[in-house]
Design a protein around this ligand. Sequence first.
Ligand SMILES: [Zn+2]
Length: 267
Amino acid sequence: MALEKTLAIVLKTFDWSESSRTIAFFAKEFGRIYLVDKGGKSIKSKRGRVLKFALLEVTFYDTKKESSGYISDVELIKMYDLSGDGSLGRLAYASAACELLEQLLPKEEPQRTLFTYFNLFMEKLNTAERKSLPALFLSFFLRLLSQLGYHPSLGYCVGCSEEYEKIEVIKRGGFASFSAERGGIVCPSCQTPGDYYIKLPADVFADLLKLQSASLKEAESVRISFGEASLLLEALIKFLQYQADISSKIKSLEFLDKLKKTELTSE
Ligand SMILES: [Zn+2]
């Protein structure tokens, strides 16, 4: 068994007994991997703790079998404690990001650029002003989609490639019609009667478009309310359900509701 060492962030934990569990990691050198954590939950364990929302250095035995191996040691490199103003929202966005990565990352395929970007995102979630959080999350979501090859067409109609700026209804400040099934916005002449479109108000759509090419630093200055973010997230999640091969349910849909409640209870 080879001993491997990698930087990693926990995506999900699967408990299978009181003392043992399997942990899904996003590892810098290995992409999405699953490691068995034997006895790591025990308070007697001398080993470093496997913490959520933290950059860890994980040493593990690679068994080259169905699970990727066994955790040997864990060292905390950096904690993203997310305890700032609007902590519930920060935690909810961080959880949703982990969930999306667990669902979407290809297994055991390094994604170093995305790994670095994810750490930057966690850092921003930790430090940004609360009102920047929705835009930061949307920006992360759009980047994740693009990096993994799912790029929603926002700048052009998916039917005739007309630029969004020339689509009359958007120009007039009306709305953009987004089709999750067709993978982007659809101009009125390309729309099929009876098809389902998510109507995105022109100004909210403009923010989404801006975020598609924004750095996290740029995204930080975009102001999107939690309500507007819910609408945009609904569009992106529906898009994902059509475009990506996702069999299980995306809990982020439930998370949307949680967020709405967060907004209601904390503002
Ligand atoms: Zn068109």
